[in-house]
Design a protein around this ligand. Structure first.
Ligand SMILES: [Zn+2]
Length: 372
């Protein structure tokens, strides 16, 4: 199916000052969302690297539009500490020198240790390396004088940005999720660098994701991060849907949570938080044994909206299988090599509050998924 709203456009045209833009980028692995919140101001949510330029895709794109990244990017939001959502985010944050840093207020033990200044180790994952680099950039911006300098720790129903044109609120993490995070921290034994005793409490990064709600006049956007359905009514999407404090209006656009997976899909999101037949954008996750979204995921989403887009082919780019010895050598020589990612795709939605419906523009390998 090709959407009637889809048109060919010049990717270099910047949005008008009174125009909302939501651009979702993704290759086989990786996700980044760039939002023009009006008046030439931008918010970047998560980061991935274009394998062609080896730079954060948000930097490439905003420079292509002629945007002064140093002054125009107001917030860099890291929804959660998973590799496919944050590659290059420290480089982006360094360039966005007047932006705030936002991350989840439901702090897990790994991030907690880094915040305390625990030494980085060679075994530290890329995720925490990016987190540590962002903390250092923040410290340098205050010349290291303030121990209180740090990110905005997002929690549900917190306003993260406001201007004459737009506002951005966090919908998660919920208070229940934050309570679980506190319990995880409390379970850390003194003198032990990591592993909390009670693994039942420890949460996956997806569970503490920051989902966002953007209001732009009468246009609203739900950015679902990788937030999962929830352990119970006080966590995940269950907590968002049942919240009385969240904005009670409906969004026309959703960045589908967690690559369209069924464990991140709460029917209440579609019935209570979204307009009928919303624009829905999915990024694929082609790594691992089960690429996302699955055929069943695509069919389920296709029954919910006919305006469903994906940033890259769903099954992803399948590299030729390498032998174990060659893989080991490649890892030693080029640890950054990410052989699953293919070329970048972009789904760009633009529109004015009170104007005609949004325009959907597709670049690179992005495509419209067929309705069921
Ligand atoms: Zn994730």
């Amino acid at each position: 199916m090709s959407s009637s709203a889809t048109r060919i456009a010049d990717p270099q045209d910047p949005p008008a000052p009174d125009e909302l833009e939501v651009s979702v980028f993704g290759a086989g692995v990786g996700e980044c969302v760039v939002v023009h919140v009006g008046g030439g101001e931008w918010i970047v949510v998560d980061s991935c690297v274009d394998t062609t330029t080896r730079r954060p895709v948000a930097l490439d794109y905003l420079e292509l539009l002629g945007v002064d990244v140093a002054t125009a990017v107001k917030e860099v939001v890291v929804t959660h500490w998973h590799d496919d959502h944050l590659r290059g985010v420290a480089e982006l944050f360094q360039a966005a020198s007047s932006a705030g840093m936002v991350c989840s207020g439901a702090l897990r033990s790994e991030e907690f240790h880094l915040l305390l200044g625990a030494a980085r180790t060679s075994s530290m994952s890329r995720c925490l390396d990016e987190f540590g680099s962002m903390l250092e950039i923040l410290r340098k911006r205050t010349f290291g004088r303030s121990a209180s300098m740090g990110p905005t720790w997002a929690h549900c129903n917190q306003c993260l940005y406001r201007s004459n044109h737009a506002s951005v609120h966090a919908l998660s993490p919920s208070h229940g999720t934050t309570t679980l995070a506190f319990r995880e921290l409390a379970a850390i034994r003194p003198g032990r660098a990591s592993t909390p005793k009670r693994r039942l409490v420890a949460q996956d990064p997806n569970e503490v994701s920051v989902a966002l709600w953007v209001e732009f006049g009468g246009l609203r956007v739900l950015l679902g991060a990788d937030l999962e359905a929830g352990r119970d009514a006080r966590t995940g999407w269950q907590a968002v849907v049942s919240s009385r404090e969240r904005p009670q209006s409906r969004a026309r656009v959703i960045k589908v949570p967690h690559h369209g997976s069924s464990n991140a899909d709460d029917p209440g999101v579609w019935s209570d938080l979204l307009e009928v037949n919303p624009f829905a954008v999915v990024t694929p996750y082609a790594a691992g044994a089960k690429p996302l979204p699955t055929k069943e995921d695509c069919e389920r989403l296709g029954r919910r909206t006919s305006r469903l887009f994906c940033t890259a082919p769903v099954r992803g780019h399948k590299p030729k299988e390498l032998s174990a010895s060659v893989r080991k050598m490649v890892r030693l020589l080029a640890p950054d090599l990410h052989d699953i990612e293919g070329p970048m795709g972009q789904v760009r939605l633009r529109g004015r509050a009170g104007g005609a419906d949004l325009d959907a523009e597709l670049f690179g390998r992005a495509f419209a998924l067929a309705a069921a």
